[in-house]
Design a protein around this ligand. Structure first.
Ligand code: TRP
Ligand code: SF4
Length: 420
């Protein structure tokens, strides 16, 4: 069972792709220039419409990356993944948008506004410490009128039956969940507003639990638009409720065939889409492009099973004191064997090992080094104690450097656009 508010049971990623109708990320991996380690290693396992982002990168067109963080507790390595993905896309040319979801933390988790502000600023400093550059808009939802106004507009395009089927809402579900969902849709769509230069490809890196929000947002995007576009043979079909506007589409200069309620336009799909979108913007419409998304795996809890922010022993915070971090890592669940003899003989199982996951997701940049660790584990050349010791070193080094960078970020805050 996976919703934005609940992840239960063991996650079968194959099934998730099928059930949610996602695309397999591994098929794109080889066409990505300088792919991020989370991409290379299959940690990012699925996507929607990521081809659009690759196209934009390749052609050096304007595109954006946007994601958000709920300031409700400790910042851990799961959050770091999303932050790294935002930073990577920014390096690849995206304009970055970072939402601090204080409205969500307040409404759904009951965190006071003072606290959301305090925790939220920690997130802001963290992402700057992890490399976010100045070409970014960082904002607290509650302070962003563009986002709030857009959420208000979006509300007229969705009803409770849809909310029910997307999120599993029932009669006793708090209306606040509907509100924060619309705010999140507005987070995702607002980089395409006129204020930011209009329609553009936007990628939203998230954990797979957030996909319901993306499904809703993609639907809302097309419902907000004046024209809807679908592919047909040799061109596209443009639908619009207003006949006089369809007339204008018919006069864009392509070969067309007019029907009641739609126009078939023949020619290059891409060129037609671009012109129709331009027309919509001239007419005062949104012309939203459905957002793309990438999905990373859930981080495993240190003791196996789920990682949960309500169980401090299940994760290591990015602000963890070194001695606590070491203690937690030492007691982590591994893929080692019951006895030293067995491990020497059969080797460990890195795929079942939380420590190996730490190497792969977070601590080891170089693929060759990661493969060496995998092989040493499998062959029984190293034992878990020794291996953990090595991980410990990398972890402490990371935490130390991170702390320094966070302190540095504090003094750089003034250089960033922060709406909060
Ligand atoms: N709901 C997200 C979470 O719980 C946070 C979030 C808010 C978000 N706005 C967003 C994520 C926009 C992606 C895009 O983590
Ligand atoms: Fe995990 Fe290392 Fe033990 Fe292998 S040797 S199971 S990677 S801790």
């Amino acid at each position: 069972m996976i919703t934005p508010w609940e992840v239960e049971g063991v996650v079968d990623y194959r099934r998730l792709i099928e059930d949610f109708g996602l695309s397999d990320f591994s098929e794109l991996r080889n066409s990505i220039p300088n792919a991020h380690k989370l991409m290379r290693r299959g940690v990012i396992f699925a996507h929607r419409d990521y081809e659009r982002i690759l196209e934009a990168m390749k052609r050096k067109e304007t595109f954006a990356v946007m994601s958000g963080f709920m300031p409700s507790g400790e910042i851990h390595f799961g959050h770091k993944m999303t932050m790294d993905e935002i930073v990577w896309h920014q390096k690849m040319g995206a304009k970055a948008f970072v939402a601090i979801a204080d409205m969500e933390a307040h409404l759904v988790r009951g965190i006071t506004w003072d606290k959301t502000k305090e925790i939220g600023m920690k997130y802001v400093k963290s992402i700057i410490a992890l490399g976010l550059e100045k070409n970014a808009t960082i904002y607290f939802q509650s302070r962003n009128n563009l986002v709030k106004d857009l959420a208000y507009e979006l509300s007229s395009k969705v009803n409770f039956n849809e909310m029910k089927s997307i999120y599993g809402f029932a009669g006793d579900t708090s209306v606040s969940k509907a509100i924060v969902s619309l705010i999140q849709s507005a987070d995702i769509l607002h980089p395409q507003l006129e204020e930011f230069g209009g329609p553009k490809a936007v990628v939203v890196p998230v954990g797979a639990d957030q996909d319901p929000h993306l499904r809703l947002t993609r639907d809302l995007a097309s419902r907000m638009n004046l024209f809807s576009i679908e592919k047909i043979e040799k061109g596209v079909r443009v639908r619009c409720k207003k006949n006089d506007l369809l007339e204008k589409v018919a006069r864009l200069g392509f070969e067309t065939k007019k029907f009641s309620g739609h126009v078939d336009v023949f020619g290059s799909e891409e060129e037609i889409e671009r012109e129709v979108r331009k027309l919509e913007v001239e007419l005062g419409g949104y012309a939203f492009i459905p957002p793309s998304s990438t999905y990373h795996r859930f981080t495993t809890g240190l003791m196996g099973g789920k990682m949960s922010s309500s169980k401090p022993e299940s994760y290591i915070s990015l602000f963890e004191k070194p001695e606590i971090a070491v203690k937690k890592l030492r007691s982590a669940f591994t893929g080692g064997r019951a006895t030293v003899e067995e491990q020497r003989k059969f080797g460990g199982i890195p795929e079942n090992c939380v420590v190996f996951e730490f190497y792969s997701f977070h601590l080891v940049e170089d693929d060759k080094e990661l493969e060496r660790i995998r092989e040493d584990c499998r062959s029984g050349k190293i034992l878990c104690g020794e291996c953990k010791k090595y991980a410990e070193g990398l972890l402490l080094e990371f935490l130390k450097e991170y702390k320094e960078k966070v302190d540095e970020a504090e003094s750089k805050l003034g250089d960033y656009e922060i709406i909060g």
